[in-house]
Write a protein that binds this ligand. Structure first.
Ligand SMILES: [Fe+2]
Length: 249
């Protein structure tokens, strides 16, 4: 069994709760699809826990942004990028640890291919930046082209909306499939959802477990009020980023 997580977004309370859940299942193999940082109050701790617990970590657009790549981010995301960069400063008290965190960021790859699985942050067509939204089932050309870019299964994050897209262009939410989807060898895109900032109306952390022939969606309640309080205490991160954790939007 393997756990696949994504979009922790500096939410260490959600990440720790998910890691506990993974350990309780006896799973040791964890792959992270990126966006460990951005939005939340604990970037350093989130990168450190990823380094410690995940076998492989894929580059997300928020890591890219913090490392200086231009992004067409909205204002709130830009503020979070700047604040995150300050936390990772290479001078002052935390500099020594931060250097290790930067080394890790600099080594991240945009894609991992293992057996039938292709792991990316965004899409197998544009690994880091492209979003595959549920509404894209109405965009035949886009989905057909994306489905042509991988052989069997593609695991993605980025939208923070968990669900499975089938080759005949259906989007199945976890609640449509009783939180489990059988992997039969037909091409499938699996969005693993977000650990630290779910946007599907359920504020619990989300991730998936890969079984031999099925993918299982798991939701984990965590102390989001603590994260909300920490965001407010930064005095810098926009309050909207706290509110959306309460609503799961
Ligand atoms: Fe994200």
């Amino acid at each position: 069994m393997q756990a696949v997580i994504s979009d922790v977004h500096s939410n260490i309370e959600a990440f720790r709760a998910v890691y506990e859940d993974i350990r309780s299942l006896g799973i040791k193999d964890i792959v992270c699809l990126g966006d460990m940082i951005g939005y939340g109050p604990n970037p350093r701790e989130s990168i450190a826990l990823t380094m410690k617990t995940c076998r492989r970590t894929i580059l997300g657009n928020h890591e890219m942004a913090v490392m200086g790549e231009q992004e067409d981010f909205n204002e709130r995301a830009k503020v979070a990028v700047a604040w995150t960069r300050e936390q990772l400063a290479l001078r002052g008290k935390g500099a020594k640890i931060n250097r290790k965190l930067w080394d890790f960021l600099g080594r991240m790859k945009k894609i991992l291919v293992e057996g039938p699985f292709v792991y990316v942050h965004g899409s197998p067509r544009d690994y880091t930046r492209e979003y595959i939204f549920p509404r894209d089932i109405y965009n035949e050309a886009k989905l057909d082209d994306i489905f042509n870019r991988f052989d069997t299964y593609s695991l993605v994050g980025h939208t923070h909306i968990p669900g499975v897209i089938t080759e005949d262009h259906n989007f199945l939410r976890p609640e449509d499939i009783d939180s489990a989807y059988k992997l039969t060898g037909k091409k499938t895109i699996i969005n693993v959802g977000s650990v630290g900032q779910p946007r599907d109306g359920d504020n619990r952390a989300c991730y998936v477990v890969l079984h031999d022939d099925a993918v299982e969606y798991r939701r984990v309640a965590y102390d989001y009020e603590r994260t909300v309080e920490k965001i407010k205490q930064t005095g810098a991160l926009p309050e909207f980023l706290a509110r959306r954790l309460v609503e799961g939007r």
